[in-house]
Design a protein around this ligand. Sequence first.
Ligand SMILES: Cc1ncc(COP(=O)(O)O)c(C=O)c1O
Length: 382
Amino acid sequence: MRTVYFDYNATTPLDPQVREAMLPFLEGIYGNPSSVHHIGRRARSILDDARDRAAKVLGSKPSEVIFTSGGTESNNLAIFGAARLLKPKGRHLITSVIEHHAVLHCMDYLEKKEGFEVTRLPVSREGFVSPEDLAKAIQPDTILVSIMAANNEIGTVEPVAELGALCRERGVLFHTDAVQWFGKEPFQDVHQFNADLVSICAHKFHGPKGAGALFVRSPLLPDPILFGGGHENERRAGTENLASIIGMVEALERFVRVPVFSREALLPLSEQLASMLEGLAGVRMVGPRDRRLVNTVSFLVEGSDSIALLAGLDLEGICASSGSACSAGSIEPSHVIVGLGIERKLANSLVRFSLGRESTRTEIEYAGEVVPRVIKRAQRAQ
Ligand SMILES: Cc1ncc(COP(=O)(O)O)c(C=O)c1O
């Protein structure tokens, strides 16, 4: 059976050159950067150099880069760290209803257990957060706003620079979860988001899993969420994973400066896929046409559900995703799709195709043959 991987928003394969750069750190170079002897000092100098390289790509100071274990940890550190630091100033936090759970569940926790108040902004039918809504939601005791740069399920690219500028004007910290954005959108430097905190995750752009970074604009120092040694400027205790860090830096240099998800290559493919889908009975596209991640094509199927659709696609070799948490045959509709104002039954039928570097026209043509059949079968099964 052929395999067609249309799930690049879930993860991307490790790039062979990135792997090559990581190998010495899984083999010969094993020192702990905190050790005082020469083996340790060698590791320390490689770590320092990696931070300089990451900062160079980001256009930041090296001290503004905190290496983490990925997008989830970067989001947790940004939100818990900033909220707890600023609690004496205020207890109001703002986010949107379509954030990743790595943001929403932090907000829920702070609200339930630590006495914060959270405003969850609504979004338009295409998933956009409105700057006017944000301006109205900011209160005198608002200390942090967290809005994602690009949505993982429907590809909406949020107007973060505008939202960030608004927060700065009003003296409120701004965090953006840019996990899906890096490697897909044109990048100048990390300041283009007008954000104080930016989450990055390596495996979304052909780096290793379990590696990420949080940009923290100086002089801000969020409270740590991991305690122990004084690593990462006392923001993140734990012996550094040099192999992963080097892998992430290598991927940042190779695949973010010039986005590895090439607009030129992917736009014709995603448009061909979208127009095939639009022609099918019962299919409803979700997400914007413009200001969308170029690789992401998401849709709902009337009279069906995600589990039947994804299983049917998988039988034909096509790997896709839904935003739903699937468990034992029952599905919770995606909170993102519900957030768009779509009724829960239909929201249960989300399918996301996310294309990438290895996607080809032949694969899109194959999908054109197979998908109509899979959809019909899944509809009949209801
Ligand atoms: C927007 C967004 N934020 C955060 C994450 C979490 O990343 P990770 O699971 O690698 O920690 C993801 C992963 O899918 C994501 O898409």
